[in-house]
Design a protein around this ligand. Structure first.
Ligand SMILES: *Cc1c(COP(=O)(O)O)cnc(C)c1O
Length: 458
């Protein structure tokens, strides 16, 4: 048999020209989002004040299986895509496993993550609608950077609310975002009503994605010609990220491979939802049955320890309610270093698939994650983002099981990005000052007790 190359590249003309919408093949759909003003399912029109029209449509569209990728977005993608599928030969050797390990590397752009795939789409549709600008939040900073790149390309003004602890830990993230002309505000801030309220109730707070979302939404709906954009969780974001999985499937077909196991890290679910999309299509249509594993931080375990319930998508309770795995919208996770995974909820699509048994979830403490990250960096020469290292950890655990059983399984994981802005965290790991915080059952119960009550529904 011919040796499989280390890096498996599609050519530019083999790139997918459509996004895939998993909802079109789901036997049972996620429950509808609820408008908190009426306690009724939200309509597409209800979303127009918050999202631009085309994105509101994509958000609510449960039936269109394939959405053509507009040519301008395809052209943008070609600046950094197709991304490579890489055979982790050296990691396999170091683990002494018979498993074949592949990873899809999404770190080849300035944001250092997969987030640009959706940022360019959202900036494009906003510009097409002639909006005056957009607002967003960013946790670790990858999304803020990606969106700043995309908005600057389309000449669209952008204000980014950045979670305060990341803003302070990663000053150069701010500089990169400003390089692309965006305004950046540490959250919670005094620039919004909801920010002032959160600060009043909790003056020392280091912020959370949930707080930053509330601020960005308030700013968007109260500024004429502005809309809000979000880098994860939403159906539209999973749709855009399906490019990751479609490319992975095509690249694996080129070498006659198909994954037995697919692993991804899960913050709001966008990279995982994108990576698994075509494989979930095979599962839903009965064509194949790979295992799918989400890996989340033990400090913010929304799938493994959360409730499947209606909840607000933000701490300030200004967004619609979504049925999802959640730790409660008031839950503020400890200042975990994987900032991109510090979100109380999970994509409603992935939540539903998980609830219906189509995927599994595991969690891990951050010291174990960094140990794995460093092993990987030494073997494969890519310094992973702490978020991505969760996926590596999950893949390594499965590869070690293959070593026990002697099975040569094919494992695919998503390497979502690079960790150059995370050196404070790497340093803390090396200095042995990194700690693992795992919320107690009592803390979680207290948060679940505050889940919203919706008459007739929950
Ligand atoms: C944002 C981010 C994540 C987590 O977000 P998802 O929406 O769950 O994919 C993972 N890895 C990197 C590098 C990120 O920037």
């Amino acid at each position: 048999m011919k040796k499989i190359p280390h890096r498996i590249y599609l050519s530019e003309d083999q790139m997918p020209v459509q996004w895939y919408n998993m909802r079109a093949d789901m036997k049972s759909l996620p429950d509808p989002i609820i408008n908190p003003a009426t306690n009724q399912p939200a309509t597409e029109e209800d979303l127009y004040p918050v999202f631009c029209k085309e994105l509101a449509h994509q958000e609510m569209d449960d039936t269109t299986r394939y959405v053509p990728i507009p040519e301008e977005i395809q052209e943008f993608y070609k600046m950094y895509r197709p991304s490579p599928l890489i055979r982790a030969y050296n990691l396999e050797k170091a683990l002494d496993t018979p498993a074949r390990i592949y990873y899809k590397f999404e770190g080849n752009n300035t944001s250092g993550s997969h987030k640009l795939n959706s940022a360019v789409a959202q900036a494009y549709y906003a510009k097409k609608q002639n909006l005056k600008g957009v607002t967003t939040e960013t946790g670790a900073g990858q999304w803020g950077t990606a969106l700043a790149e995309a908005c600057s390309f389309f000449h669209l003004p952008l204000t980014v609310y950045m979670v305060k602890c990341s803003y302070e830990q990663k000053p150069f993230r701010k500089s990169v975002i400003q390089t692309f002309d965006a305004d950046i505000v540490p959250s919670p801030s005094t620039t919004t009503q909801v920010g002032r309220k959160i600060l009043e109730e909790n003056p020392g707070t280091t912020g959370s994605l949930g707080c930053a979302i509330s601020e960005a939404v308030e700013k968007a709906v109260s500024t004429e010609g502005y809309r809000y954009v979000l880098g994860s969780v939403l159906n539209q974001v999973l749709l855009h990220q399906s490019i990751i999985g479609e490319e992975s499937l095509l690249a694996m077909q080129m070498i006659d491979e198909y994954p037995d196991i697919i692993v991804g890290c899960a913050g709001g679910g966008s990279n995982l939802g994108g990576l698994i999309a075509p494989f979930m299509r095979d599962k839903l249509t009965g064509a194949a049955n790979p295992r799918i594993i989400a890996v989340e931080p033990a400090s913010c375990p929304s799938m493994t320890r959360g409730r499947y319930a209606y909840d607000f998508c933000d701490t300030g309770k200004v967004t619609p309610l979504a049925k999802m795995y959640t730790l409660g919208c008031d839950f503020i996770p400890s200042a975990n270093h994987a900032g991109g995974l510090r979100y109380h909820g999970m994509s409603p699509i992935l939540s539903k698939l998980y609830h219906d048994g189509y995927m599994e979830a595991v969690s891990a403490e951050q010291t174990k994650i960094f140990e794995t990250a460093i092993t990987f960096a030494k073997q494969e020469t890519i310094l992973p983002a702490p978020e991505s290292a969760h996926a590596i950890y999950g893949a390594v655990q499965e590869a070690l099981k293959c070593k026990e059983s002697g099975e040569a399984k094919t494992i695919l994981f998503g390497l979502t990005g690079t960790g150059y802005f995370d050196m404070i965290a790497y340093q803390a790991y090396m200095d042995k000052t990194m700690t693992d915080y795992i919320p107690t059952d009592e803390e979680l119960e207290a948060s679940f007790a505050k889940l919203p009550k919706i008459p007739g529904i929950q």
